[in-house]
Structure formats: structure tokens, C-alpha cells
Design a protein around this ligand. Structure first.
Ligand SMILES: C[S@@+](CC[C@H](N)C(=O)[O-])C[C@H]1O[C@@H](n2cnc3c(N)ncnc32)[C@H](O)[C@@H]1O
Length: 392
């Protein structure tokens, strides 16, 4: 990113170019390479660097809609900064939790383009951010300004900053290096050994959802968060912010729901009943499938498989529910015959704990028929089992 061109983009003249680039892109023929045509037109009056800066933001704002919704058209991004940014719904949940602990100030140690910082500021926290990347600092500050939010951002090494004046230290270490995703926590920037030093105080650290449970120190709460059915992250909460060992937070269209280790009485395994529940990914990652079973007055169908069954039908934010219609043959030839007999041509295949690739199986089954159906392929008491189910 050209920092001078970005600084120019924030001037009145730059804003006029950005508005023009946005309007022209929206009005361009989507069948053609709109971006190239608009760039060529704008280049008649502007320098290549200014046009490139404007067009980059037009393109990134469009991509950012999925994470930042209505705020995206007012914000600024870098490609990597957008990719690494926390989506607004998740960042708002975190900021609301911080507010609920009576925190008034937070320092974001590695704030990137400001995904979390914006949410903290919107929640009314005094928010300061540092990042060692000057481009991201410029973009984060531009975002606070563009959204009319209070807050300050500085270029600094997060590991050398005195965070003690702030109620909360927040960090979201980069888990991507030049060669792609970094799987070892010590390879994060800043690394896990620094993250651990934060746990001596009130802190929150965003980590990968795949974080091994045994890496989470005692006294630290691990929270897995999903947004509209997809697990987005885990967050580790220390000091007075830790209120349980493990938590699953599910953000959905109808709001937010949370389940903790305290809700988990442990579970039994028993036969398949009339209703089957497929727990949300955050629940599974948090190891709270048996808490879902307790919530629907049910049990597991297999000790190692994340399906729950019950005689009762419940609406729960923590799982998708299905009515079990009947058991079908697990063997492919007999299954094909059974599905044909029922006229099922459009088949949804759910699977857990079995080595089946749904797309390949669907192809081999070569179904035709007007009916729609959903099957669940799994193990029950160690045996491969196929259940014909109907979503609630
Ligand atoms: C995953 S991103 C943060 C994204 C941010 N939470 C958001 O929602 O936009 C991690 C950031 O940490 C920064 N970073 C890595 N090591 C750092 C260090 N030692 N000091 C300051 N910033 C650092 C990177 O430049 C990057 O912007």
C-alpha cells in the first residue's frame, strides 16, 4: 500500500475521487471488467497512484460487506488487514462482555485495521490501539475517524508497550506468516510465550478455534464463538474476566446464546430416539456436546460422536434438530434401492464419524425422483448407521 496515496485519499480531493470511483463502479456494466474501465476513465484526470488507492478501497469495501455490514462502505482496508480482521458481530459480542465486566478502557495490542478496536469504541470503552505495521495503523485511525469514533492508534511493538494503565489488555496475534497459516502457537506474532504473560492480568486474547484444550492455562476461560453456524474463533479470558472453564457462544439471526462447562453434567450413551440434534461447531469445539444433550433431555448416540438424541423436540440455538423418520440400510446398494423406492432424487447427506465423501456418494447413488430427503450417516454403538431424517 502506498501510504502517501492513502493519506491523500483522506483529503477532500481524495474523498471526491473515492466517491466518483464508487459511483462509476456501481454504474458499470457488470458483464465487463468494470474496474479496468473505471480506472481508465479516472486516469484522465488523476495520477495512477491516486486512482489505484481509490480503486483498492472500492474493491475492498465490497468484499468487506460480509464482515462489516453497513459500516463497510465507510471504512478503509488493506487486503491482509481485512482478511485478518474480526467480523463485527463477534467483535461486538466481545466488547459487550468487556463492558459487562465494568471495564472502561482497553488497549488493543496488534489492532490491525481496527476490527476489534472499532467495536470497543462503539461499546463506549476508551480504546487505544498499537500495531507495528504503519499501514494498518493509518487505516485503523482512518476507520475510527470515518465512523466518528473516539480512540487513538500508534505504531509500536506490542510486546514493549506498558499496558498496565488500561483496564483490559486485548490481543489478536497474527496467525499467518509469509508462507501462509502458522499452526504452532509459538509461531504467532506476537508468540504464545508473550500471550502467556498477559494472563497474569485482566486480558482477552483471540486465538485459533483449533487451540488444543491443554494449552489453555488453569484459571483461564476459553470461549469458542460461532456466527451463523460457522465457528469463527476462540477467545481466552484471564483474571477477573474468566468466569468459567469452557464456553460456547452462538451468534445467530435471533441473537446470542451461551453455554458453559457449568451446564454440562456429563453424559450417557443410548439408542437413537425420535429426535436427533446436530450441535453447533462452537459447542463441539468447547467439548460441551453433553451439555446440549442435557438441555434437550437426551443423550449421545455414541461416545465419540457429536450427535445427540432425545424423545423430545426442542428448539435450541445450540443445535439443529431433526425428526428421525426411519433407519435405512447403511450398505450402499441397499441404501440406493431404499432411496429410489421413496422417490428421493434430491438428497442432503450429513455425516459424522464415518469415512464417506458426500459428493462422491451422491454421484454413485445416481438418484432421480421428485422427493427431497436428508440422511445422516454415522456410527451408533460403533456400527455404521444411516438415518432418514426431517429437519425441524
Ligand atoms: C490478526 S491481526 C489483528 C486484527 C484485528 N484484531 C482486527 O480485528 O482488525 C494481528 C495484528 O498484529 C500485528 N502485530 C504482530 N506482531 C506485532 C507486534 N509485535 N507489535 C505490534 N503489532 C503486531 C500485525 O501487524 C497485525 O496487524
Amino acid at each position: 500500500m502506498d501510504l502517501d496515496a492513502f493519506a491523500w485519499l483522506l483529503t477532500d480531493e481524495g474523498q471526491r475521487l473515492l466517491a466518483r470511483a464508487t459511483e462509476m463502479t456501481a454504474a458499470a456494466d457488470p458483464g465487463k471488467d468494470a474496474s479496468l474501465a473505471v480506472q481508465t476513465a479516472l486516469r484522465k484526470d488523476e495520477t495512477a497512484a491516486h486512482v489505484a488507492a481509490a480503486m483498492t478501497q472500492v474493491d475492498l469495501r465490497r468484499k468487506a460487506g460480509a464482515k462489516f455490514g453497513d459500516l463497510a462502505p465507510k471504512m478503509y482496508f488493506t487486503p491482509d488487514g481485512l482478511e485478518q480482521a474480526t467480523r463485527l458481530a463477534v467483535a461486538h459480542h466481545r466488547a459487550a462482555r468487556l463492558r459487562a465486566f465494568d471495564a472502561t478502557s482497553v488497549i488493543d495490542l496488534g489492532c490491525g485495521i481496527g476490527g476489534d478496536l472499532i467495536a470497543s469504541s462503539r461499546a463506549g470503552l476508551t480504546a487505544a490501539g498499537v500495531d507495528n505495521d504503519p499501514e494498518r495503523v493509518a487505516v485503523a485511525q482512518a476507520n475510527l475517524d470515518a465512523l466518528g469514533l473516539a480512540g487513538a492508534v500508534t505504531v509500536a511493538d506490542a510486546t514493549a508497550v506498558d499496558h498496565s494503565p488500561f483496564d483490559i489488555a486485548y490481543a489478536d496475534p497474527a496467525r499467518r506468516g509469509a508462507k501462509g497459516r502458522v499452526f504452532s502457537a509459538e509461531g504467532w506474532t506476537p508468540p504464545w510465550s508473550w500471550v502467556e504473560t498477559l494472563f497474569a492480568r485482566d486480558a482477552c486474547v483471540k486465538v485459533a478455534p483449533g487451540i488444543p484444550h491443554d494449552l489453555v492455562p488453569d484459571q483461564v476461560e476459553a470461549e469458542w464463538v460461532s456466527d451463523r453456524g460457522e465457528v469463527k474463533e476462540a477467545a481466552l479470558w484471564s483474571g477477573s474476566l474468566a468466569s468459567t472453564r469452557r464456553r460456547a457462544t452462538v451468534i445467530g439471526e435471533r441473537g446470542l446464546a451461551t453455554l458453559t462447562s457449568e451446564d454440562d453434567p456429563g453424559g450417557e450413551v443410548d439408542s437413537v430416539e425420535e429426535f436427533l440434534y446436530e450441535p453447533d461447531g462452537a459447542v463441539i469445539r468447547a467439548g460441551l456436546v453433553t451439555a446440549v444433550a442435557a438441555g434437550v433431555q437426551g443423550h449421545l448416540i455414541d461416545e465419540h460422536i457429536a450427535y445427540v438424541t432425545s424423545t423430545a423436540s426442542f428448539e435450541t440455538p445450540f443445535a439443529r434438530g431433526y425428526q428421525v423418520v426411519e433407519e435405512l440400510p447403511y450398505r450402499e446398494k441397499q441404501l440406493k434401492a431404499a432411496l429410489r423406492e421413496r422417490g428421493i432424487g434430491k438428497l442432503t447427506i450429513k455425516k459424522r464419524g464415518v469415512q464417506i465423501v458426500p459428493e462422491q456418494l451422491r454421484k454413485r447413488l445416481a438418484l432421480s425422483g421428485d422427493e427431497e430427503g436428508t440422511i445422516v450417516l454415522t456410527r451408533v454403538a460403533g456400527e455404521g448407521t444411516c438415518l432418514l431424517v426431517r429437519p425441524f
